[in-house]
Design a protein around this ligand. Sequence first.
Ligand code: B3K
Ligand code: ZN
Length: 871
Amino acid sequence: EQTIYLKDYAPTPYRIVSVELDFRILEDSTRVRAQLTIEPREGTAPGTALVLDGDDLKLDGIAIDGAPLMLSAYLADATSLTLIEPPHRRFVLDTEVTLDPAANTKLMGLYRSSGTWCTQCEPEGFRRITYYLDRPDVLAPFTVRMTAPLAIAPVLLANGNPIDRGDAGDGMHYAVWHDPFPKPAYLFALVAGDLGSTTDSFTTTSGRKIDLAIYCTHGKEGECHHAMDSLKRSMAWDERRFGREYDLDIFNIVAVSDFNFGAMENKGLNIFNDKLVFAQPETATDANYHSIERVIAHEYFHNWTGNRITCRDWFQLCLKEGLTVYRDQEFSSDEHSRPVQRIHDVQNLRTNQFPEDGGPLAHPPRPDHYREINNFYTTTVYEKGAEIVRMLATLLGEADFRKGMDLYFERHDGEATTIEAFVKVFEDATGTDLGQFITWYLQAGTPQVTASDRYDADSQTYTLTLTQKVDPTPGQPDKQPLLIPVRFGLLGPNGSETSWTAISGATVRDDLILLDRDSVTLTFSGIANRPVPSLFRGFSAPVKLASGLSQDDLLFLARHDSDPFNRWDALQTVSTHLIAEASAGRRWSAGDTDALRSAVVDTLENSDLDPAFKAQAIAIPGVSAIGRHIGKDVDPDAIAKARLDLLSELAGPIAEKLAALYTALAIAEPYSPDAAQAGRRALRNGLMHLLVAGAGRGDVAAAQYESATNMTDRYAAMAISAHYWTEQAPALLGDFRTRFAGDPLVFDKWLMASAQAPDDGAIERMRAILAAPDFPRTNPNRLRSLLGSFVMSGSPQFTRADGAGFRFVAEAVAEIDKVNPQVASRILTGFRILPMLEAGRREAGRSALEALKSQHSLSRNVGEILDRILA
Ligand code: B3K
Ligand code: ZN
């Protein structure tokens, strides 16, 4: 198996000046003719071969400048087309291939989803459409002609602007689109089908009117309004916040049912997984509404960070993804509550990225080698990438960060560039040396920061020591110290900020400590009383903190910190510690749980806090989060038991109060996904969670399920019932299944809830679901809803001591791999937790993986992940 290295990067010897594609789309096959205008780059020696990429292609015809090529002039096979001695001047290469989109179950290249022809080209799908220099540093303007039967494909879309359309005889019609912006092939898209649409328009600050449309299956147009509204708000926000206007006259979005991930930012023609477009209150949850808004924004923002400025090579993926995630997070923060959004994003980082960074799949945000690039669309590249950009903004301050971004757009517009170039614009715009900072991109692993402090009443000095350490990760045994921005405050005895007269020992700028060595010790003078430090406010760096604070200090922060993030985090830390200790046989004292309970009650009764925040504050960390905290020899069953005990001790004595609050939070007004209503529902469902898990009130969930008027409340009731396997759970699952039969996106919710069931029958039920003749086994959403959530959501059935969960998933992965390797390898990454588990489970998991490895003809995707986990 071939490994690709960053150090081997070299530009292509030829460039592609322009591209003309001609698609003849028929019911059972599609013929693609490509006319590529090509020329040697400066410095290319005459006679240098030109090697184009292909994947699963068969060449039907080839000509240069109109003259068919002799067989001796080229070599063509399934993965490449080599022109042995191309002309040493500008020439037109003309090729023809025939595709079978209906048979394309990998969903890369041109495929059919519920009858609609659509494409996915990032990262290497274009080579499944035509022979090409399929890499992001080859940019060209594209002109695309599509001819298709009018009856089945009245809608014909591609990138850019429509320039011609008409009748093509014999029931066929054609359309021609031209995209003037040179782009890499991964941003190419076309769609052909019989689709409905919702239309609108947006006028830019400079007064240009942009036509907007969202295309979907007929009948679903009414479910696209939230997506459309999100798009318009995204366009306005990017102008306001980053000075970025849209650049074409038309922006189209198409929703399709079969899609390998969330959505794709093709120039002027975004293609979306329909679950990230359709929303109505009866079938979509508040969380769904929120994700739709976020992903619509994300793909739109790519127009500048990704499309106008793209990546030189796939190692630089983080250049567009980390930056664009940062931008979508900022958009969500500006549109809703900043602290609630921050907690949400950090929780996601801790749940998904930290385990990746601390396990066998750890890699730097900018990796330096890979076997299969699709395996690197990871939470490290995306979410840790976003944290790095956020740290830049923290270190530089908002105004200087914006100066750097402005320079980035000015200097690199139209280019395919690198992480180094990105960091350099901030250096050049602000005169800051970021030489140490760039290590964040190059080094894998989550830094562990340890704090210790001492207060000396006589001299009124307070000493704070911060140390950092990063454990070895695969291929990186030795780590460099990082530049870690620590936003902080010191709380005095009355809970307000303490001031000081002087600080020495480290660089401190306002409320920011720069931890830039293995260890720094700061001395604060003029401190009248022992303070409680609040460190990493707003989660100012993606690290694990051992604060050394006692439970009393943490609960003090939970009550008084002016930083909402740290208030939330303090409560999480207290319950995590209590559960982790108890699972190891060191049970809490009654005083510990009384103190936590009263902090929870105070939080609930604090009228200054908003309901969405309270919902996050009263949530008890899940089994996987506690397992990660423990870190090794983890026994998930022991954790689950301690967690349930804690829930009973917390909620049991205040069950009546919780129930009263729950009742008072009911919403009488008609459903709206706005932050105020969603926050109320989140809190109410959080209270229901406590009542079910800690006070045996399965009946509360069952009643809510029955009376719910929206999917948020109905789904929460069913999912919590399934998660704690209440007496009513089987009946609720059964009802849900039939009540929404026929809606695939709601079926996904049933699959997700089913995958959470902790009872011993869970695996057999899942086997039966998968084996049902009508289960859509080629649809990524269905497979991910069942198996992805089973492996990722910490189900005790996945980590069963007898290995049945591991075997079930490994067998399913082997089957899925034959159909869709990307989906298979993604599910397989759930096994990254193995090294953390106690020996029995670890071995059971490994033997399930060994059995998978012994299967012949695994995809490169699955092979790479397997080898890395088993290494
Ligand atoms: N750029 C695409 C992701 C492509 C994933 C390919 N395996 C969507 C996004 O990040 O916006
Ligand atoms: Zn993206």
